[in-house]
Ligand binder design. Structure first.
Ligand code: ADP
Ligand code: AMP
Length: 219
């Protein structure tokens, strides 16, 4: 099973991705995570991310192409979950080309909808740990303020989650990424998920969608 998790910043993609990969044993491929690693040694990437701008398509596509060739993706027959990719029409077309070559199909694009006010609330309250755990000051607070439940590390706010960058990221989403909803609707693989509900309710919708897809394949 191969899925794309789609939605604006703050929709809950990372949160739901964690639950999906745990339940279905597929590989989580988050381009945001990959670039957070890459920005440590690449000033250009670091500057673009800090400004809430997208990384150029060629760089993104090359990185995803390489990642899809790695053993953990190729060997895990169960499939993968793309999170944060594609984000432009060029990226979507490049992905189609890559998958066609490998004879791989995307079962569905799980498109999580939230409105702008909710996105701002979620992003501005997000706190993360170097270990990868993610919290929200109101909706998912750690047991002890600013301390990671999982590893005891100090929680921080992502640079691109600061209020002045959040609005820019939402505009980038609106202009460059949202048009992909129509692209995948036309391809007949878009499944809409109401992301305004709590984490559990959102996951229930995703489970139902995945079950329906599996049913179509007769598995
Ligand atoms: P994305 O990966 O789409 O940018 P995240 O999964 O990181 O979004 O979620 C953004 C913030 O919102 C996090 O702080 C997370 O804890 C919180 N969050 C995620 N899903 C929900 C939800 N359904 N209700 C309330 N808060 C949520
Ligand atoms: P995310 O963690 O998905 O919110 O991504 C954080 C940042 O990484 C984005 O604001 C972009 O700067 C960069 N990024 C992640 N995925 C992509 C992508 N598919 N295309 C371009 N830039 C991306």
């Amino acid at each position: 099973m191969n899925y794309i998790l789609f939605g604006p910043p703050g929709a809950g993609k990372g949160t739901q991705a964690k639950k999906i990969v745990e339940k279905y044993g597929i590989v989580h491929l988050s381009t945001g995570d990959m670039f957070r690693e890459a920005k440590k040694s690449d000033e250009k990437i670091s500057a673009l991310m800090a400004a809430g701008q997208l990384i150029p398509d060629e760089t993104v596509v090359e990185m995803v192409q390489k990642r899809l060739q790695k053993d953990d993706v190729k060997d895990v027959k169960k499939g993968f979950l793309l999170d944060g990719f594609p984000r432009t029409l060029n990226q979507a077309e490049a992905l189609d080309g890559m998958l066609k070559k490998e004879n791989i199909k995307i079962d569905a694009v799980l498109s999580i909808y939230i409105d702008n006010d909710e996105a701002v609330k979620r992003i501005s309250g997000r706190r993360v740990c170097v270990c990868g755990a993610s919290y929200h000051v109101l909706f998912l607070p750690p047991k002890q303020e600013n301390v990671c439940d999982a590893c005891g590390g100090t929680l921080v706010q992502r640079t691109d989650d600061k209020e002045n960058v959040v609005r820019d990221r939402l505009t980038v989403y609106e202009n460059q990424t949202k048009p992909l909803i129509d692209y995948y609707k036309k391809a007949g693989i878009l499944v809409e998920i109401d992301g305004q509900q709590n984490e559990k309710e959102v996951f229930k919708q995703i489970e139902t969608a995945i079950k329906a897809e599996a049913g179509k394949l007769g598995s």
